[in-house]
Design a protein around this ligand. Structure first.
Ligand code: UD1
Ligand code: CA
Length: 457
């Protein structure tokens, strides 16, 4: 059957206290709207309409890559009014699904169950029993048959109706032609002076429709975001779900409550991740990878048996098998480390290839460089790759040994198996197999005396 999804996203979200439209706030670096959009995109034969109002232009831009039909609701006169804006574009024979852009954690399975209950004579409604139903519309059922009769909004409810614990999530599925008919019958004679979508339930019952209800598996699925507290709560819920998925795939997480994945993570076997590690973008970890506490890893591919010690920052980098990184190392974009490399503390590598078995263990900056195999770069080595205007390359060939505190002024090449004496400033290419050093010879001055303090006059 053809499906029409309508996502309501026109509200301002005053309680977010933000310039950003509510639906553009994010969970796991993905906007609330995109969460809901991606969920509905998972349903087949689906045409997606998004009703926007506040910050319409800004909202549209964020989903420019998607096939959606944007509909503007210039004045927010209620959920019924919002759906009315789409009415002209609803195919009579399609099944219509109503979703909310500020309810981001709904599961596809829940929607599929809901849709399986809806047909030409049945409206399907997602409801749930709540410990605290305050703020929700309440589901009014017939005392004898238990059939749903109508929904009453909190602000219109009598004291007795307020005691009903079955709340309306707002999510429903109904046949297009019937919905269009009822939408045209809505009025705003209620406590809020709004056109309530929820009023279609009583109209459906009057037309002899069955109201089928189903519930989500957890309450978190249907929680909405209205303020930063709820946003933070759903962020943690979402992160914990991702952490649990990874643990099911065999990953050892030292504390699933202190783990953040803002994107995708592919993992091999026997991966161990210590606390407070943040992954962003698309990351791939091989088998037996160990990651220490407090690392931030973005768009990285990490080979088998790699050990990343605490406090490393890695971005757009490839780390070859059996390598060891950190603690306190920074791999910047376009870094490619071959297998068995060691990158130690306070080392920054940018746009460089480091060959197999090479070591940069302490306090170095390697940028725009090609480093061969089995190279040893001593503590405090700096590639001077920038003259203030242009960047230049440093090439260090296989087997070279760079003494500590060396500056390699690019463009420059250090030859195969060359040795550079500590403390050198290398401005010219150095030959293979030779010792090159550029510092002055060490001298000692006999009879030299330290200055003494002058007596005040
Ligand atoms: C709505 C339901 C209520 C349900 C609750 C669940 C109605 C009348 N009430 O109430 O039964 O328990 O959701 O959270 O439907 N929106 C628009 N345009 C509008 C009005 C709203 O796009 O003119 C969007 C909002 O941006 C929001 C959603 O619809 O995403 C819900 O609107 P809101 O005003 O928050 O409805 P509730 O009062 O919470
Ligand atoms: Ca709401």
């Amino acid at each position: 059957m053809n499906l029409t999804t309508i996502i309501l996203a026109a509200g301002k979200g005053t309680r977010m206290r933000s310039q950003l439209p509510k639906v553009l706030h994010s969970i796991s670096h993905k906007s609330l709207l995109r969460h809901v959009h991606d969920l509905s995109a998972g349903l087949e034969n689906n045409v997606i309409h998004i009703v926007i109002g506040h910050g319409a232009e800004q909202v549209k831009k964020t989903l420019a890559d998607s096939m959606v039909n944007w509909i503007e609701q210039t004045q927010q006169l209620g959920t019924g009014h919002a759906v009315q804006q789409v009415s002209g574009q609803i195919d009579d024979n399609s099944m219509v699904l109503i979703l909310y852009s500020d309810v981001p954690l709904l599961k596809l399975k829940t929607l599929q169950t809901l849709l399986s209950k809806a047909n030409e004579k049945t409206l399907a409604l997602l409801t749930l029993n709540l410990a605290n139903p305050t703020g929700y519309g309440r589901i009014v059922r017939d005392g004898c048959s238990g059939k749903v009769l109508r929904i009453v909004e909190e602000k219109d409810a009598t004291e007795i109706e307020k005691k009903i614990v079955e709340g309306n999530t707002g999510i429903l599925a109904v046949q297009g032609n019937a919905l269009k008919k009822w939408l045209s019958q809505l009025d705003n004679n209620n406590a809020q002076g709004e056109y309530y979508l929820t009023d279609i339930i009583a109209l459906a019952v009057a037309d002899g429709f069955e109201i089928a209800t189903t519930s989500p598996q957890t309450e978190d699925e249907v929680l909405g975001v209205n303020d930063k507290l709820q946003l933070a709560h759903l962020e943690r819920v979402y992160q914990l779900q991702q952490a649990q998925n990874l643990m099911k795939q065999g990953v050892t997480l030292r504390d699933p409550n202190r783990f953040d994945l803002r994107g995708l993570l592919e993992v091999g076997e026997d991966v161990e991740i210590d606390v407070n590690v943040i992954f962003e973008g698309e990351n791939r970890l091989g088998n037996n990878v160990k990651i220490g506490a407090n690392c931030s890893i973005k768009n990285a591919t990490i080979g088998d048996n790699v050990i990343i010690l605490e406090n490393c920052v890695i971005e757009n980098a490839v780390v070859g098998v059996n390598s060891r990184i950190g603690p306190f190392a920074r791999l910047r974009p376009e870094t490619v480390l071959a297998s068995e490399t060691h990158i130690g503390n306070f080392v920054e590598i940018k746009k460089s290839v480091i060959g197999q078995g090479s070591k940069v263990n302490h306090l170095s900056y390697i940028g725009d460089s090609l480093v061969g195999k089995k190279v040893n770069i001593g503590a405090g080595t700096i590639t001077c790759n920038y003259d203030g205007v242009n960047k230049f390359q440093t090439i260090i060939e296989d087997g070279a040994f760079i003494g500590s505190d060396t500056q390699l002024v690019a463009p420059v090449t250090v030859g195969k198996n060359a040795t550079i004496g500590a403390g050198s400033t290398i401005t010219k290419d150095t030959p293979d197999n030779q010792l090159t050093l550029s510092r002055g010879k060490q001298i000692s001055v006999p009879n030299w005396q330290r200055p003494v303090k002058k007596e005040k006059l």
